[in-house]
Design a protein around this ligand. Sequence first.
Ligand SMILES: Nc1nc2c(c(=O)[nH]1)N[C@@H](CN(C=O)c1ccc(C(=O)N[C@@H](CCC(=O)O)C(=O)O)cc1)CN2
Length: 314
Amino acid sequence: MTAQILDGKATAAAIKSDLVARVEALKAKGVHPGLGTVLVGDDPGSKWYVAGKHRDCAEVGIASIRRDLPETATQEEIEAAVRELNEDPACTGYIVQLPLPKGVDTNRVLELIDPAKDADGLHPTNLGRLVLNETGPLPCTPQGIIQLLRHHGVEINGAHVVVVGRGITVGRSIGLLLTRRSENATVTLCHTGTRDLPGLLRQADIIVAAAGVRHLIKAEDVKPGAAVLDVGVSRDEHGKIAGDVHPDVTEVAGWISPNPGGVGPMTRAQLLVNVVEAAERAAKAADASSGDSTGNGGGANDGDSGDAGAGHAG
Ligand SMILES: Nc1nc2c(c(=O)[nH]1)N[C@@H](CN(C=O)c1ccc(C(=O)N[C@@H](CCC(=O)O)C(=O)O)cc1)CN2
């Protein structure tokens, strides 16, 4: 058996094409979405990702604002760039590209972002909203993975999902999304220190591999027919990408996301969704404050509103 492909490029293209009309509708109301990026240093991967984000913006009609700082930028200089974007009306949403150089206090930088402009969903307020099932930007890679699975009809409801990796952009938050009532999965969060990782992987209906360890997931660790999402990025000496998933897994899995061409394009597409949704929320709030009754203040973001109460969901 050869796994079917979870095609991130095609799925992201479909999402972007839907966004074009939403951006046009915003502009017709006088709201012009603009994505800002803060890039610090010369890491080739980060430079490539940021350039890609701005190419995506151009494709859907979102304006681009860049703040590129040298590797030697101080904490204060990085924080000044963040404050500037908070104040810039042309910037309706922005991201700070991670990782930041060694020695920079990343959490302090993320905490400075205006939560209403946090296009990555990584500000503590927005992570808190996610815990509470409140409306807000969703972390791009986790939400991109869910969209990729949905788009291909992979059953999430009732599935056992084993996540490998505990980083802030994927591992820490994906369980919060997948265990919402709308997704209804059961999630085991593992990492490189997990005892008997292969034993846990073999129980998984869906594996999300985000450890950044080349070929960590072997064919013999995968249940036949499982869906396997490869988020890991390591590069060999020629700069070629190697994922966390061994190529032989394709012979066992039912679904596999290529790397490149799987989760990466979905991360970028979800960023655009977050920028457009933030601009739509701002437009609604402006309508509401000017007395337009179609303004809608929000609510639960995921169909969980039927729960007995935020503290009792389960
Ligand atoms: N502020 C953030 N920093 C980082 C995030 C994030 O979501 N927010 N995630 C990653 C990097 N990332 C986005 O920033 C990202 C990674 C990969 C791709 C992508 O499209 N990859 C391509 C292959 C690219 C290549 O050849 O190098 C693919 O998978 O097809 C996009 C975005 C860490 N930092």
